[in-house]
Design a protein around this ligand. Structure first.
Ligand code: OAD
Length: 308
């Protein structure tokens, strides 16, 4: 029979007695809302704002992050991307708590769904950005990859960034085609435009567009996710779920993927009812972690000392 966890003292005990490098933290947008970054599914979250603005004509606001739609209409995403582009934000007490777990050698890994890179800014090194980040961007057509800052200006100016490699290729193809066309014309034959071939093959999807390496719906997570989860599974003593609605698979499946004797403690503003957790600490994540730190007698990491 598995032990029951009913009180906040149970959570304190789990934290106090965790073996080295055995706590997995699964985090989401709720740990960054106090930094000024909206979450997705709250009343004032990104999806509600997208719906209310009426600006984007989306059946479902989640479609803003739909890979298929992006391929047909990248300008839709780029008319909005500046709103979620990580700017001058600083980590919250919740990020610092995760870093504190790491400095105390308790953190096994932080699986984050966030793309704001605040974990890294807080100094957390054992972090896996499951949904990627704006740190790099890739071409949707060829293998070209570049640093995210190369498309920062396009994002801010709401332009669709194009792939320099594809552009080079297409301009040299155009030159060859123009050359062939000129030759045909010179030989007196009627030329059917070689450009129209390209249009005939076109299924409406855009090519040669750069996309930030954040995971869209319809895209696979990096293989690091499965690899880390497979090895972390047997080393976990506690799963701390922080600031997430656990609505999005496969990250939400981390909970079910761990052995049944690994307790799951949720720190969140709202309860999560569709996935079984052992204990819910409900409220503002920053206040809860500060309270836990005090009760555990752990010195919190203050602003500017995140790299301690
Ligand atoms: P959600 O917006 O779905 O959930 C955030 C959760 O955090 C909610 O349950 C809030 O109640 C809670 N919350 C908000 N502020 C909080 C605070 N200050 N303290 C405590 N709890 C707070 O965000 P995620 O679960 O992170 O994916 O969303 C998962 C994924 O869905 C995202 O990574 C994104 C989105 O679609 C992609 O874009 C692929």
């Amino acid at each position: 029979k598995l032990p029951q966890y009913n009180t906040v003292d149970d959570a304190l005990q789990l934290l106090r007695t965790a073996p080295p490098e055995s706590i997995i933290v699964l985090s989401g947008a709720g740990i960054s809302t106090s930094c000024g970054i909206p979450d997705f599914r709250s009343k004032d979250g990104i999806y509600a704002r997208l719906q209310e603005s009426g600006q984007y004509d989306l059946d479902d606001p989640q479609d803003m992050f739909d890979k298929e739609l992006f391929l047909y209409s990248p300008s839709l995403f780029y008319s909005f991307a500046a709103e979620i582009y990580p700017s001058n934000f600083t980590p919250s007490p919740s990020h610092k708590f995760i870093r504190l777990l790491e400095t105390r050698r308790l953190l096994l890994r932080n699986y984050t769904q966030n793309i704001d890179t605040l974990e890294s800014l807080a100094g957390i090194t054992r972090v896996l950005a499951c949904h990627g980040s704006f740190a790099t961007a890739s071409c949707v057509t060829c293998a070209f990859k570049c640093e995210g800052r190369k498309i920062e200006r396009d994002i801010m100016e709401r332009r669709v960034p194009t792939c320099p490699e594809c552009e080079k290729r297409s301009s040299s193809q155009q030159q060859t085609q123009a050359h062939k066309k000129a030759k045909k014309h010179k030989n007196g034959r009627r030329s059917s435009s070689s450009y129209s071939d390209e249009e005939e093959h076109d299924d409406g999807k855009r090519t040669g567009i750069l996309k930030p390496d954040i995971t869209f719906f319809g895209e696979k997570l990096s293989s690091d996710f499965d690899r880390h989860l497979a090895s972390d599974r047997s080393r976990a003593s506690l799963l701390l779920v922080m600031g997430t609605s656990l609505q999005v698979a496969p990250v939400s499946s981390v909970v079910g993927h761990l052995p049944h004797d690994v307790p799951v403690v949720l720190i969140n503003r709202t309860p999560v009812l569709h996935i079984g957790v052992d204990l819910m600490l409900l409220g503002e994540a920053d206040l809860i972690v500060r309270w836990l730190e005090r009760r555990l007698g752990w010195n919190p990491i203050e602003a500017g000392t995140a790299k301690a």
